[in-house]
Every structure is written in structure tokens, then in C-alpha cells.
Design a protein. Structure first.
Length: 249
């Protein structure tokens, strides 16, 4: 296994999100093995790697959906690994899962409101909804349409919008391009770029590093539940041996 190379943290302030020595899994053996990475405020940090090697499990562990067996998870220096999923969301970490997991018979509007379930402030909810509709005008057009009738790209946008409705400054986004046509993928990543410009902090999971290199500040290569390399996106794209060994080319 290659020796991980971690970039120097440029600020003395705690990272918006940090994972330290995290091992986690389901009923059997660990899926993650001592994973360490940091997501500085306002940056996009991307985790790439083969399918089935722990990328989604990492996001689920941060969200409290998968049991952490060892290590710490910190949000701006505060440990959150013992919080329940709804408490993690209330702490400002929004999870957009792979495949979105929408409520199919609910409307776009109702699905978006489900993202704000941790808030009882109606004025704040309305402001978040206005922001989502401004960022994703297609959702405003489709607000009364049931989720099951949407295209794949529209469903993905609802998933991102629902994460924004949670009010999280940190977003965990799991393979937003999965199963979408190239033009729709481009639109989805334009939205993610707009979120970054708006100041959101994003931990992004993606299988194809070339697709997100222009958006990412740092990339971590995850293989068999371990970080095997970390560095600048352009450096990874130049490392043909890494791409061939871990990503098939």
C-alpha cells in the first residue's frame, strides 16, 4: 500500500469537518480502517476510489448511520461521533445519499420540507426554500409534481435541495453523477460549484476523479477502506500508476 500524503492544513482554525483514525462497519468485519482526513471550511474535498471500497460507508459513518468502532469525528473541533443521525443533521451536517432516497409519492415541495425536519422556525424554513428555488429553479417549476414522475437529474436536484433545507454548512454528497447522462452530470456539478461559491463546505464522493478535478481542493483515494493517497487533484490525474492500479485507468 502507498504511504498516504496529507496536505498541510493552511489555517490554525479547526477544520469544518475532521475524521481521525475512523474504523467502522456493519455486522461483519470493518469496512473502514483508520481513515483520517480533514475538510477545511469553504472547500470541496473529494473521496475517490473503486466501488464497494468504503466511500459511502465513510459518509454514513459521519452521519451516524453506520456504527463507528474506533476513532473520532469532529465538526469545528467538537466531537460528534456519539450523536444520533438527527443530532448530526442539527449540528449542521447535511447528507445527500447515493440515489437520493426520495419519498416517491410526495411532491417536490413536500420532499424539500422533509429536509427541514430539525427546524421549527417557519421563517427560516421559508428563507431556505427561497434559496433552494433560486439555486435550482427547475424545482420551483416542479414543486407540485410527485417525485416518482421526475427525471433522474431532477431527482438528484431534489436530493441536493433537501440537503440544503437542512441548513447544513457542511454537505456530504454521495456520487451525485451516478446513472445520469453526461449533460445532466454537467448541470449537477454546476450546482455543486455554485454551492462552493456560496461558501458551503463539501465532502464529495465520486468514482471518476477527472469529472470533479476542477472543483476539488484536495482528493483522497480510498481503497479497501483505507486512504492510500492524498493530494492535489491535478497531481492524481498525472499519476498514471495510481489511476491504473486503483481506478482501472
Amino acid at each position: 500500500m502507498l504511504e498516504p500524503r496529507f496536505p498541510t492544513q493552511p489555517s490554525a482554525q479547526p477544520a469544518a469537518l475532521a475524521v481521525e483514525g475512523v474504523s467502522a462497519g456493519y455486522d461483519g468485519p470493518d469496512v473502514l480502517h483508520g481513515v483520517t482526513l480533514a475538510v477545511p471550511k469553504g472547500q470541496i474535498v473529494t473521496v475517490v476510489g473503486p466501488n464497494g471500497h468504503g466511500k459511502s460507508t465513510l459518509l454514513r459513518t459521519i452521519s451516524g448511520l453506520t456504527r463507528l468502532r474506533q476513532g473520532r469525528i469532529l465538526a469545528e473541533g467538537r466531537e460528534i461521533q456519539k450523536l444520533k443521525p438527527y443530532q448530526v443533521a442539527a449540528a449542521g451536517i447535511a447528507h445527500v445519499p447515493q440515489g437520493d432516497l426520495l419519498f416517491p409519492e410526495m411532491t417536490v415541495y413536500e420532499n424539500l420540507l422533509m429536509g427541514a425536519y430539525t427546524s421549527s422556525d417557519q421563517d427560516r424554513i421559508e428563507k431556505r426554500l427561497a434559496f433552494v428555488y433560486d439555486l435550482l429553479p427547475r424545482l420551483k417549476e416542479r414543486h407540485a409534481q410527485v417525485a416518482s414522475s421526475l427525471s433522474g437529474g431532477e431527482r438528484r436536484m431534489v436530493g441536493i435541495g433537501r440537503g440544503l433545507m437542512a441548513g447544513g454548512e457542511v454537505m456530504l454528497i454521495d456520487e451525485p453523477s451516478l446513472g445520469l447522462a453526461p449533460l445532466v452530470i454537467e448541470q449537477i456539478y454546476e450546482v455543486i460549484g455554485a454551492l462552493r461559491a456560496e461558501g458551503r463546505t463539501i465532502l464529495l464522493v465520486e468514482e471518476n476523479p477527472a469529472r470533479v478535478a476542477h472543483l476539488s481542493d484536495v482528493m483522497h483515494l480510498l481503497d479497501d477502506g483505507r486512504v492510500v493517497w492524498s493530494g492535489a487533484p491535478e497531481e492524481l490525474l498525472e499519476r498514471e500508476e495510481l489511476l491504473s492500479t486503483y481506478l482501472g485507468g
